[in-house]
Design a protein around this ligand. Structure first.
Ligand SMILES: [Zn+2]
Length: 636
């Protein structure tokens, strides 16, 4: 494989850092950029480099003389400036049938083997590495279709109010020489991005876009050079390697990122939820891959075309881009299993394996982006998102926006709940890591098959801690699940007086008995609905013999559980004022007056107190997360 390195640039803007050297030899963390490029190319099997030089060519020649490499290097002085494409066209007869084009002022760490394979598979005349950036508004943008075929180049400046996809030419190409032959006599100067590729596209050439999150940046100014050096030193470059397992946050679209409408059929129908763009930016800044996963049955029903869907997603990209936020990848399911819609598309009327709650899209993304699912998250507004996440082994956060899980289509309990996507992202990037760290010593003692009882006052943060504990255990390779005893709260009209009278104390014990005796348990657990204060028919629960069970609730320490399993007792302590505030806010939100709420709170407290005190005394571990719960995030 041959690479052409465009190394003729003067580097006027970088002059203060060059100390008289030509731009390709700029020092980047102690190593000349050109050396980094050559080593990187050689490590992916590139055997030959054609280096197009001009300014201070003798220094580049001397550099290669002093730094022999595995690459066969040929220097070509390209005479007068002809532009990037003009320079390549001028030496076309020296080039191989297929070659890479590398710009002499970029630092890159790209899996070139995968890049070349994509080019080969596409059968294109040229493939361009593309990536989203945090300032699409003033960037030259490239539009591709679902298969990656380039449809259009949109040069900056863009018409005001126009929605464009956030994909930028990263200045890294693989090119077929045959595709360039007809442009040999073209009048220079000629630039690849601005002149040649748009012209080739207009004249019917097939150009392919290869979307990647890998690191590539130009360092043509002191400010950019500083940034690249910082990214090298802090590991940003290394962590963005394709071979490095990525942590992703999968995001549902409608109801999570944008307001839920009957259906989003046009760009006008898509309106971002306030704070969604900031939330996505926060994920970008935390180096988490943002992957949108959305069911779009509008395609199967003939209510929206692929082109229409691209226009909708161009609006999504544009709106996110205004906040400096971007999506790394987007997967949609165009299918719908049910027939009977006028104008439906028969080919898409299939029972596919990508439509959520199936996990096909998550699995596809995981394979394509090298995602570590056990460390990743799904944020969605429906039980279908939660179930898809569970099936893929991804931690789930159900948000209250959109459906807010109220559609109840699938019997899936989320690991966590949050008001909206912004709060979910705050949890992922800040609170969860803090909680997990606090729990790590305790979690290290929990083995597969152990029982962990988590007790404490109601609304003390037990469910969040239990969810975090189960997630942390799974991440550490201990199969674990959380089961909330709140499921067995009785309907308000069936309660007996007192703390134990509000809960069904027998059913969970019977249900868990086979597991407590060492086997598997399989039962149906009811579901308590806070809003209506009623117990609803529930969902199937399966607990495997070898799984650790995190059993949490006010009653956790009070249940008469007989078992030979190892039992850990974790008590969650909380600041009483903060807990009182949460309870009062909750009761008032459900329609109680302030005085009524105060009365209920006092009654409950007096009632729970003796059992809670006994539980605290019996606990072998006490944890308080008050400072982490300043803004209260808790599963109901
Ligand atoms: Zn599908």
């Amino acid at each position: 494989m041959q690479a052409v390195i465009l190394a003729g640039g003067k580097g006027t803007r970088l002059a203060e850092r060059l100390n008289g050297r030509p731009k390709p030899l700029v020092d980047v963390c102690g190593v000349p950029l050109l050396k980094r490029q050559v080593d990187q190319l050689a490590s992916y099997g590139v055997t030959e480099a054609i280096v197009l030089v001009n300014h201070k060519a003798e220094q580049i020649e001397a550099f290669f003389a002093e730094n022999p490499s595995d690459l066969k290097v040929t220097l070509i002085d390209d005479g007068e400036p002809r532009g990037t494409a003009g320079a390549v066209l001028a030496c076309l007869e020296r080039l191989a049938e297929r070659f890479l084009v590398v710009y002499g002022d970029t630092l890159f760490d790209i899996d070139i083997t995968a890049f070349l394979a994509a080019h080969e598979a596409a059968g294109a005349q040229a493939t361009l590495l593309l990536h989203p950036n945090d300032h699409p508004v003033d960037s030259d943008l490239v539009e591709v279709d679902e298969e990656g075929r380039i449809l259009a180049f949109h040069g900056y400046p863009h018409p005001p109010g126009k929605h464009l996809p956030n994909l930028v030419n990263a200045a890294f190409y693989v090119v077929e020489r045959a595709g360039l032959e007809r442009y040999r006599e073209a009048e220079p100067p000629l630039d690849f991005a601005k002149d040649l590729f748009p012209r080739m596209l207009a004249e019917g050439a097939s150009l392919h876009g290869y979307r990647s999150f890998e690191y590539i940046k130009d360092l043509g100014t002191p400010k950019r050079l500083d940034k690249v050096e910082k990214h090298l030193r802090t590991g940003v470059v290394e962590r963005a390697r394709r071979s490095h397992p990525q942590t992703a946050v999968f995001l549902d679209r409608d109801g999570t990122l944008n307001q839920l409408r009957d259906y989003v059929r046009t760009p006008e129908d898509l309106e971002l939820i306030p704070s969604a763009a900031q939330a996505v930016k926060r994920l970008n800044d935390a180096e988490l891959r943002v992957v949108v996963i959305t069911n779009q049955p509008v395609l199967a029903r003939g209510e929206c075309t692929h082109e229409g869907l691209r226009a909708i997603h161009a609006k999504l990209d544009t709106e996110l881009g205004h906040a400096g936020a971007y999506v790394d990848a987007l997967y949609f399911c165009p299918h719908h299993p049910h027939s009977g819609f006028p104008g439906e598309v028969a080919a898409l009327k299939v029972d596919c394996d990508c439509r959520k709650p199936k996990d096909g899209m998550i699995r596809k993304a995981a394979a394509e982006l090298n995602i570590d699912l056990a460390r990743s998250w799904m944020i969605g507004d429906s039980t279908s998102d939660v179930l898809a996440a569970q099936r893929a082994g991804v931690r789930s956060i159900l948000v209250e926006t959109g459906e807010g899980g109220r559609e109840g289509r699938y019997p899936a309990e989320p690991d966590f709940s949050a008001r909206d996507v912004a709060e979910a992202v705050e949890f992922i990037t800040s609170r969860y890591p803090a909680i997990a760290e606090r729990l790590s010593a305790f979690a290290a003692g929990v083995k597969p098959g152990d029982l962990v009882l988590v007790g404490g006052f109601s609304r003390a943060g037990k469910s969040t801690i239990s969810g975090a504990l189960a997630a942390h255990l799974r991440e550490a390779g201990v199969p674990a699940q959380r089961l909330g005893l709140d499921r067995w709260i009785l309907s308000s009209d069936q309660r007996q007086p007192g703390f134990e009278g509000r809960h069904d104390m027998d059913s969970p014990v019977w249900a868990l008995e086979p597991w407590l005796k060492g086997g598997n348990a399989s039962f149906t657990a009811p579901r308590y609905e806070r809003q209506t204060r009623t117990s609803r028919p529930g969902a199937p629960v399966e607990i495997a013999a070898g799984e650790a069970l995190v059993l949490e609730g006010v009653t956790a320490f009070a249940l008469p559980l007989q078992t030979d399993r190892r039992v850990h007792r974790l008590f969650v302590e909380s600041d009483e004022r903060a807990r009182r505030r949460r309870i009062l806010d909750d009761l008032i939100a459900r329609g109680a007056s302030a005085s009524e709420a105060e009365r209920i709170y006092e009654e409950r407290r007096a009632d729970e107190n003796p059992a809670i005190q006994r539980a605290r005394a019996a606990a072998d571990h006490v944890i308080s997360l008050d400072e982490l719960f300043a803004a209260s995030l808790e599963t109901a």
